[in-house]
Design a protein around this ligand. Structure first.
Ligand code: AMP
Ligand code: MG
Length: 401
């Protein structure tokens, strides 16, 4: 058996980031920036008011309450036509430019209009700069907004749009082909004959691919027939950036997937020291990474999580490849037997009174997928007897639900 970290490194080393593409903002969410982005203009572009109120000379308000003449009104988007002289004010709405002569804004709640708006009483004194948002206060011209390797979140896209940047250079999103293999597999809802198994891996794996921010390509369900498998893998590696197969990589298994993959590429057949998901194959077929995931439903998903996802994240340009581990407390025992492997137990985690707590999500057999559906995390149980109630364990949070 080889240690998990070693298997992960072999795979990661072969999965280089994809080339850069330029995407419109609306398509860029979740992509990783390929270059630095600098601000070519200031944000905000001009001094403006943060409040509805009156633009004033702060010196005029020193002896508040004081009555000022209102000489103009500025809505957001308006261009000031007159300046604020001594003893004068301009009615101003949030976002409007500060008119010349004014150096402060007094919020409307601190004023009282007189003469139908012709004059206003400033009830308090305000310092220079009061409620003024200065040009460049968010971003100054020339400021590097994002470095390469930034994951574009909604706020990033808002910042780019705010700079007038509507196309952004990102690492291309990998297309990941997913195929199931096995003579026993059936797709659909027709009654099963003895020996038949419904194909669930293609649905769970395609979803994992999409959840990781990649494009999933359904390569279908393939019989254990060398020609079909060869044709499907060939189509996969020619049209996708990575291919995931499931089934046919177990120890002692000498089925068609193995034969065909060995003939098409330079494959490593691994026994990874983990449970579930011990058997795993990886190799390059015509320069495309191919991941041979085990067939058992839980194994294929855990194998994706631990071995495929980090490498696919590298292809996407991410630098943070692994999920962060957090320390949790077992609120009930998580038992296991020593076998030289790290066990990844399906658990339900919650955050209570300042700490993560985990309990088993149900049966831990590699075919018991319903407990993975019930789980929201994997507890890492090093070789040994597992965790007793109250013991600390490391936790991978798969999702928040
Ligand atoms: P294999 O890795 O091909 O030896 O398969 C191991 C187990 O996983 C067997 O019980 C298979 O029937 C089952 N299996 C393989 N592929 C799938 C699949 N796509 N969906 C559900 N179960 C599968
Ligand atoms: Mg099989």
């Amino acid at each position: 058996m080889i240690p998990l970290a070693e298997a992960q490194q072999v795979v990661i080393d072969h999965c280089a980031p994809l080339p850069t593409v330029t995407l419109p903002l609306v398509e860029a969410l979740g992509h990783v920036t390929a270059g630095a982005v600098a601000a070519a203009e200031a944000v905000p572009a001009f001094d403006n008011t943060a409040m509805d109120g009156y633009a004033v000379r702060s010196a005029d308000t020193a002896a508040a309450p004081v009555t000022l003449d209102v000489v103009d009104t500025l809505a957001a988007g308006a261009v000031p036509a007159v300046s604020v002289g001594a003893g004068q004010a301009i009615r101003i709405m949030t976002g409007a430019p500060i008119p010349p002569g004014a150096d402060a804004v007094i919020m409307v709640e601190r004023t009282r209009a007189l003469d139908g708006g012709g004059r206003v009483v400033a009830e308090v004194s305000v310092p220079a700069g009061n409620h003024v948002r200065n040009a460049g206060e968010d971003l100054e011209v020339g400021k590097v907004v994002f470095e390469p390797g930034e994951v574009l979140q909604p706020a990033h896209l808002g910042v780019l749009a705010g700079l007038g940047i509507h196309a952004v250079d990102v690492v291309r999103r990998p297309r990941v082909g997913v195929m199931s293999t096995g003579d026993e597999l059936v797709d659909g809802s027709q009654p099963l004959s003895l020996g038949q198994v419904r194909d669930s891996n293609r649905y769970s794996l395609l979803s994992l691919v999409r959840q990781a921010g990649l494009e999933g390509v359904d390569l279908g369900m393939v019989r254990d027939d060398p020609d079909t498998i060869r044709a499907t893998i060939g189509r996969g590696v020619d049209t996708c950036d990575a291919v995931l197969t499931s089934g046919g990589v177990s120890m002692g298994d000498y089925d068609c997937v193995k034969v065909v993959l060995d003939e098409m590429g330079d494959m490593s057949w691994m026994q990874v020291a983990i449970k579930p998901a011990k058997p795993f194959a990886f190799g390059m077929v015509r320069e495309t990474p191919v991941f041979g995931l085990p067939g058992n439903t839980v194994s294929s998903m855990v194998s994706f999580e631990l071995l495929a996802r980090p490498a696919l994240r590298r292809m996407m340009g991410h630098t943070q490849l692994h999920r962060p581990l957090v320390r949790a407390t077992a609120s009930a025992p998580l038992r296991r037997r020593p076998d030289g492997k790290i066990h990844f137990a399906r658990v339900v985690w919650g955050y209570r009174e300042g700490r993560y707590e985990v309990r088993s999500a149900g049966g831990q057999g590699s075919h018991q997928l319903s407990s993975l559906a019930a789980a929201n995390g994997l507890a890492v149980l090093p070789d040994g007897h597992g965790a007793a109630e109250g013991d600390a364990v490391e936790l991978i949070r798969l999702h928040e639900g």
